[in-house]
Design a protein around this ligand. Structure first.
Ligand code: GAL
Length: 413
């Protein structure tokens, strides 16, 4: 007994000594694997490693967020947590936070005054549960953009479009030249595009009525029907090769003149930047499809699953603090094409497209919550499969789609 106690004591002394000398390997999972994304994540790893001690262990998961998120969540639920992980702002980690599986960052955030410089306030609200903070907003990524290649419109003898209607009108001319009007991929890309069409063509009020209030009259009404009709137009402008195509392959089609444009989040900008392309010359951007310029307050947040090792917890807090720092915000967002979560930094070298986004963000009337902030992951999944079905062929009519979409939203929690 006595011997056992001593042995236990000396073991704990030894552990304490070792734990002081030791730093942590912090595995960070994310789905940032395209050229622009990889360049952005490198800025984080380099800065974290430069601080000394702890080490960034890169846990990139190939494919898209839709594939990566279930892997991330099941590792945390299964007791094999990573040191930190990307998820989107909003409800994706809701259940993990409620189950007490995430490190509480409240003390750090209060000490560093995050509330005073992180904007818009909805970003921190998305990280908050019962008054405590459980994630770090890293960027604002807005879905509401169309990326075009002005050159292909010139080749087809039409003016480069300034809005969605002009884009649709130019499509036949592009087709005549063997150019695919709209580059896209399947699954979440179609569902994201639909959200953009809702906000950009229908406007902010309709977007909120449909996605936030789940308003039956709006969901079944004529204005929303026009948005679904626009998705049918998009369907007729895409090529059959869209199935299985990654978003960055689609961006590449625009960049290389195989396609006229792509509706995609502003992470597409990271691809243009990495390829050395210049906004306003080699490519153009239409926020809100040129109709209703809005920016979503969606984006990426980093969560820190609870870990039994105190060294890992220390490293988590160190990374959390670094992510909101001025230096990280500039370097990461310039590479990624996203908007920083703080306004007190110098973004003079940003592209003209990114500057448009930063300007839009200054007026709260232009900001809309993202789909991930408004809908739970299971609702998002149902919508994604409905969109996939609709996009795959003209068999599903606009009316069928409207009815089924309304049913999903009316029963969403
Ligand atoms: C989003 C994420 C972006 C970008 C994009 C495509 O979910 O917020 O940062 O990575 O996926 O991979």
């Amino acid at each position: 007994m006595r011997y056992g106690l001593i042995a236990a004591l000396s073991a704990s002394v030894a552990f304490t000594t070792i734990s002081f000398a030791r730093a942590a390997d912090l595995e960070v999972t994310h789905w940032w694997t395209s050229g622009g994304e990889a360049a952005a994540v490198k800025t984080l790893a380099e800065q974290f490693n430069k601080a000394g001690g702890d080490k960034w262990v890169d846990g990139a998961i190939g494919g898209s967020g839709s594939g990566a998120r279930p892997i991330i969540v099941s590792r945390i639920l299964g007791g094999n947590p990573m040191g930190a992980t990307q998820l989107n702002h909003g409800r994706q980690a809701e259940e993990l936070v409620q189950a007490g599986l995430m490190t509480d960052l409240t003390e750090l955030a209060e000490k560093e005054g995050w509330k005073d410089f992180i904007r818009p306030a909805s970003l921190l609200e998305s990280c908050t549960f019962e008054g405590k903070l459980y994630c770090v907003p890293l960027n604002i990524h807005s879905w509401d953009w169309m990326w075009t290649n002005p050159d292909v419109f010139k080749q087809a003898g039409v003016e480069a479009p300034k809005n969605w209607q002009e884009f649709v009108a130019a499509a036949p001319k592009l087709k005549e030249k063997g150019i695919i009007p709209l580059a896209t991929g399947d699954g979440w890309q179609v569902s994201g595009m639909f959200n953009v069409l809702t906000a950009s063509l229908g406007g902010k009020d309709l977007y909120l009525k449909v996605n936030k209030d789940k308003d039956s009259a709006a969901l079944n009404g004529p204005e929303f029907k026009k948005v679904i009709q626009a998705l049918a137009d998009a369907r007729s402008m895409a090529d059959p090769g869209y199935v299985g195509r990654s978003w960055n392959e689609a961006t590449n089609m625009v960049m290389t003149g195989k396609a006229g444009g792509q509706i995609m989040g502003d992470w597409a900008q990271g691809e243009f930047t990495t390829a050395g392309k210049v906004a306003g010359k080699d490519y153009d951007c239409l926020p809100g499809l040129g109709d209703h310029p809005v920016v979503e307050s969606g984006g990426d947040a980093i969560y820190f699953p609870k870990n039994k090792d105190p060294e890992v917890t220390k490293a988590q807090l160190k990374l959390a603090s670094m992510l909101v720092s001025k230096q990280t915000q500039v370097a990461f967002n310039l590479a990624k094409g996203s908007i920083p979560i703080r306004g007190d930094i110098d973004m003079a070298t940003a592209s003209s497209c990114m500057k448009k986004g930063i300007e839009l963000l200054k007026n709260p009337d232009n900001i809309i919550p993202s789909g991930d902030q408004l809908r739970a992951p299971d609702t998002q999944g149902q919508i994604e499969s409905l969109m996939g079905e609709f996009f795959s062929g003209p068999e599903m009519t606009v009316d069928d789609m409207q009815k089924r979409f309304a049913e999903i939203m009316e029963s969403a929690h």
